[in-house]
Every structure is written in C-alpha cells, then in structure tokens.
Design a protein around this ligand. Structure first.
Ligand SMILES: Cc1cc2nc3c(=O)[nH]c(=O)nc-3n(C[C@H](O)[C@H](O)[C@H](O)COP(=O)(O)OP(=O)(O)OC[C@H]3O[C@@H](n4cnc5c(N)ncnc54)[C@H](O)[C@@H]3O)c2cc1C
Length: 598
C-alpha cells in the first residue's frame, strides 16, 4: 500500500519562512488580504482533498487505465476520477488562482503551486487534467480577445470545461518548425483546422461536456518555420460568440496511447478535420502565445517532479523504519529485535537523504518560481515586472529540468529501499518510478530545457536572469558571512556561485568558436545550475529555520540535511564542470557510420 500525507508543515515553511507569503501578497493588487490564516485554511483543506479523495485513486487508476471507444471516439477515465473532478469543481478549486473577473478566487500562484504539489504527489495522472486547464487559462487571459475570454475562459475557470494543448504531430515534437496542421480562413471569421495531433493529454475524457483545444496550426500564406505558426481555439462542441453551445465540431480522438506510466491520464491522437477554430492573438505569432501556456506548464511539470519525490521519500522512509534486515556495522541498534531496521544502514540513509534533500530544497525553488509568476503579472511597477520576468525565464528550465530528473533518480532510490518489494506492484513504488519517467519528456525534454537555459536564457539574453539570481546568492552570502553557525554553508555556496559564473563565461567563449560546444555542454550545465540553485535554498533554509523560532528538532533536521546536501550532492557539480570543460570533441569525433560496429 502506497500512502500519502501532504507535507503541510514544510510547505508552510517554504511559503512563510522562505518566500514570505504575506509580504509577497502585499505587492499584488487584489491579493493584499491574503494572509497566513487564509492560506493555512487553504492548505489544510487541500491536504484533506488530496489525501482522502485523490490519493486513494492513484493505484487503482494505474491498474485500470483509460479506455477508448473506437466507434464514438469517447474516452473513459478510471473509476472514481470523474467523481473526484466533480468534488474538485464543487470545492471551487478549479478557479483557485484565476482572476476574479472570470469567476476565479484570485489567490496568488504561490498558493496554487503548494496545492499543485499535493495534487501531483497524490495522483499525478488525475492532476494532468486541471494542469492543462490552468495553462489554457493563462493563454486565454493574456492573449484572448474579450469575447473569447467571456465565452471560453469562464467555463474553464469554473471547471465546467477543460483545456488542452495541441502542439505535437507525428513528425514534429521538439522541433515545432516542422508543424503541418493547417487553418483555412472562413467567411464568418473562423478558421477550418485540419491535421493530426498526437500525444494530447486530456484530448478526450469524461470529466466535462466540452473540451477547449488550443491548437498550433499554419495559415495558408504563413512563412515556413516557427515564424509561421498561429494559435487557435478549437472546442469539442462549437461555441457561438454569444456563448451558445452548438453542434459537435469536426474533431475526434482516434486512439489513446498505451504507455509506461500515468495510465489514468488519457494521451490522445486527435484528428482535426476542418474543425471550426478561432485565432488567438496575432496571425503567425502563435508560438509566443503558446509559450505563455508552455511556461506555465513547464513549472507545473517541475512541480510534478517535486510531488513524486516527496511521495516516494515518505513511503521509503516508513518502510526503512519498519523493515528489519541485517545488523548495523557498528553493532546492534535494536538488540531486542532479530535484526536492525534498514534505516540504520549508511547506504539506505544516503538514498533517503537524497530524496529528502531534493524534496525540501526543490520545494523552496519551485515556490520561489511560483511567486515570480505572480510578480510578472501583478508587480506594481514595469521595472519590477520585467525583473521578475527575467528571473523566472531563467529559473523555469531549471525547475522543470532538474526537479523532473531528480524525480527519476529519487523514485528509483525509494524503490531500491524496498528491495524486491519495490519492484513488485503491491507497494506502489514501481508506479511512482514509471510515472516519474514522463516528466523529463513532456513539456520539452531535459535536452530542450538545457538548450533553452544555456542557449537562450544565458547566452542569447546575456544572462539577464542569471545575473539577478547570482545577485540573490551574493546578497545572501554577504548578509550572513559573519555568522559562525552559517559559515559551513556560506563559504561553499559563495565559491560555487563564483565557479558557476566562470564556467558560464568559459562556455560562452567556446561557443563562439564552435557552436557544437553549446549542445555538448547544455545538459551538464543544466544540472550544474540546478545543484547550485538548490544549495542556495538549503543555505537559506538553515538560516530561516534558525531565525524563525522553529522547534529544535525542525532546525536540526534542516541543518543536517543541508550538511548532507553540501557534502554529498553539491560536489556533483565538479563532475559536470569537468565534462563541460572536456568539450565537444569526444562527443563528435566518432563517425556516425561507426556507431553500430561491434
Ligand atoms: C504521455 C505524453 C503526454 C504528452 N502530452 C502532450 C500534450 O498534451 N500536448 C502536446 O502537444 N504534446 C504532448 N506530448 C508530446 C511531448 O511534449 C513530446 O513527446 C516531446 O516534446 C518530445 O517530442 P518527441 O517525442 O517528438 O521527441 P523528439 O523531438 O523526436 O526527440 C527525440 C529525442 O531527441 C532529443 N532531441 C531533439 N532535439 C535535440 C537537440 N537539438 N539536442 C539534443 N537532443 C535533442 C529529445 O530530447 C529526445 O530525447 C506528450 C507526450 C507524452 C509521451
């Protein structure tokens, strides 16, 4: 049995002690009333919903999966999913962070991110349906015309309809320049959308009557490549400009995928056959509009990684305390028992601490990023909005890339703590490992996040966000350098930040003479950046736990986990730096034709 308890205490620590929620909310017009009391109530209720409604459906949803009716194209989700969604809507959760003018509650994204972590940990597959609706809300909020917001956004915010994101085609995944789906203008101002989209999450399901697809397609005269892509709203049932829902649109789910994990999340082939669609934003500027949705979804997928790490860690910890195998190397720790519990063994502790260290610092990193989403939207000055935007753009690939990769690592560590019992289905650990695997693939693979970070955010944009983040580290180190209790963290953090800067300059220089250096360095650079970013949050966590009157046990746990992180995880940066400095030669030297030789 795989269980889940929402980490409310540590979420409060991240929200109140690290990100300072009340000071944050005070900067957001319309959210000034948001205080601890309100957020505590939201977190408690969110914990109840995710622990009691979603978590029990995780294993059964995996075993049952979704089913597709070939005759009608209908998709059924696993037993209980639809009812859980009805409860979610009834509880007002679908509009938690959406603007009040569209029926939402207008709470900060920071609060939404905390709830999202719980959803993803409780039931990742189920969580994918509202995740896509949240992305669609963002795209429509920023780029939709007034009538589109009125007609499509409100029902999504109210949870009556869900959204999807239709980018991928059979021949076109990471490279959207290859996209072929067409959109022909019609006399009434609409467009006839034709093409096949694959791997569409929630493309069809039984939660709601209507589904709003946001589809990337090309207009007839569009330039080739990414400069000729436009974004369209294509609902399952046609919707008139006055909001009247009409006949079934010319689109259908052709099949669903049978896949490694997230069995309860319907992954659909969607066939559009002259379906009625409406342009969102400017012609040929669809990718920019879709990026609003993609950035929201990228952070969301990073949070999926976080949720999985935490759940895997919780279960591995409980098992390691309970399971008796072999004696401790330094002599029996439970002489009254036939053997000691697993948790006494150093390597079990390494795996548990790795999970704990990623979960807690990953939480801080993700919550900080979520607070930046609020500031990009609502900070009071254009300068503050621009600064938040630069920082968020820089941190998004780190959150997405590193927390999802860490979820693959940590769910495997947690499974390993169970030995053979982790490999069999009964304990649910293999499901977590299978579910985690997709998070490094969808919403831009780890390689794409890495190229985005190094190529676009650091080199092309001359490190605007990078400089801001380094500034935060330097400021924290300077403010705390004289505190003897923090010196063990401040000194290596300051050094790591300095090395990170130097490494970045070295790569930028190499790339000038050989463009392959970018691709050769990018994934190592992503990991490097992630490990330093998490070190920053660990150092801040120790400082905040000490400063804010937490219990002795809480402070000790933070300090010892931070020590583990600095001593056993942060040094991974050295290997990544060595790989980066080794350059691209050893990757590119072997002729393509010689790869397959014995
Ligand atoms: C379960 C599931 C749900 C999904 N949901 C959605 C959805 O809702 N909407 C949607 O539009 N799409 C969705 N996708 C599609 C997903 O986003 C793509 O699978 C992903 O973007 C990768 O595209 P691809 O599979 O075509 O791989 P490819 O683009 O063919 O890439 C293959 C491999 O090559 C690597 N690669 C490609 N280019 C480079 C490069 N320049 N340098 C280094 N490595 C490179 C990639 O990282 C990858 O490892 C989903 C996919 C799955 C499996």
């Amino acid at each position: 049995m795989n269980s889940y308890r929402a980490p409310v205490r540590d979420l409060r620590f991240a929200l109140y002690d690290l990100v300072d929620l009340e000071a944050h909310a005070a900067k957001l017009p319309g959210a000034e009333h948001v205080n601890r009391e309100l957020v505590d109530a939201v977190l408690d209720e969110a914990a109840r919903f995710t622990e009691q409604v979603l978590a029990p459906l995780n294993g059964s949803g995996d075993a049952e999966g979704c089913s597709h009716d070939k005759a009608t194209g209908a998709v059924s989700t696993p037993k209980g999913f639809r009812e859980a969604y009805a409860q979610f809507v009834e509880g007002g959760w679908s509009g938690l962070t959406a603007p009040e003018e569209f029926g939402g509650q207008g709470l900060p994204e920071l609060v939404g991110a905390a709830f999202k972590e719980m959803i993803d940990a409780a039931n990742l597959s189920w969580g994918n349906y509202p995740l896509l609706s949240h992305g669609a809300t963002e795209a429509l909020k920023h780029h939709g015309e007034a009538w589109q917001q009125e007609v499509f956004l409100k029902p999504i915010v109210e949870g009556r309809w869900t959204g999807t994101m239709c980018l991928t085609e059979p021949h076109c995944g990471s490279d959207l320049a290859l996209l072929k789906t067409r959109a022909e203008p019609q006399a009434d101002g609409s467009f006839a959308v034709t093409g096949t989209k694959i791997f569409i999450t929630g493309g069809e399901h039984d939660f709601t009557d209507n589904i709003v697809h946001l589809v990337l397609a090309r207009l007839p005269d569009a330039p080739a490549g990414t400069k000729g892509i436009s974004l369209f709203i294509v609902p399952k049932f046609k919707v008139a400009k006055d909001g009247a829902v009409g006949e079934r649109n010319a689109l259908r789910c052709g099949s669903i995928e049978h896949k490694m994990g997230i069995h309860g999340s319907a992954t659909c082939v969607m066939n559009f056959d002259g379906a009625e669609g409406w342009l969102i934003g400017q012609p040929n500027k669809g990718l920019a509009a879709m990026f609003t949705m993609m950035n929201s979804a990228r952070l969301a997928v990073g949070i999926q990684g976080l949720g999985l790490i935490d759940r895997a860690c919780q279960n591995a910890l409980a098992y390691s305390r309970d399971r008796l195998q072999m004696r401790s190397l330094s002599g029996p720790k439970r002489p009254d028992k036939p053997a000691d519990p697993l948790i006494v063994h150093p390597d079990i502790r390494r795996m548990l601490l790795t999970c704990k260290a990623f979960a807690e610092s990953g939480r801080a990193l993700a919550m900080h990023a979520a607070s930046l989403v609020d500031l990009v939207d609502k900070a009071q000055t254009p300068e503050a909005r621009a600064e938040a935007d630069a920082l968020l753009s820089f941190l998004t690939p780190i959150v997405k890339g590193v927390l999802t990769e860490a979820s693959v690592e940590c769910t495997y560590h947690a499974l390993q703590c169970f030995g053979g019992h982790g490999y069999v289905r009964e304990w649910g650990m293999e499901q977590l490992a299978r579910d985690a695997r997709i998070t490094t693939i969808y919403e831009g693979t780890t390689q794409i996040q890495a190229l985005d970070l190094l190529g676009r955010k650091v080199i092309q944009q001359q490190g605007a966000g990078f400089k801001l983040f380094l500034g935060m580290i330097v400021e924290f180190c300077s403010a705390n350098v004289a505190k003897p209790e923090l010196v063990e963290f401040i000194a290596p953090l300051a050094q790591a930040a300095q090395d990170w800067q130097q490494l970045t300059l070295d790569i930028a220089q190499r790339v000038q003479s050989n463009p392959e250096e970018l691709g050769a360095a990018s994934v190592d650079y992503l990991f490097y950046s992630g490990y330093v970013s998490l070190a920053y949050w660990w150092a801040r966590s120790v400082a905040a736990a000490d400063a804010n009157g937490h219990s002795e046990d809480f402070r000790k746990a933070k300090r010892e986990t931070a020590r583990f992180y600095f001593k056993r995880i942060l040094p991974r940066t050295l290997a990544h730096a060595a790989s980066i400095r080794a350059g691209s030669d050893s990757l590119m030297a072997l002729d393509e034709t010689l790869f397959g030789l014995g």
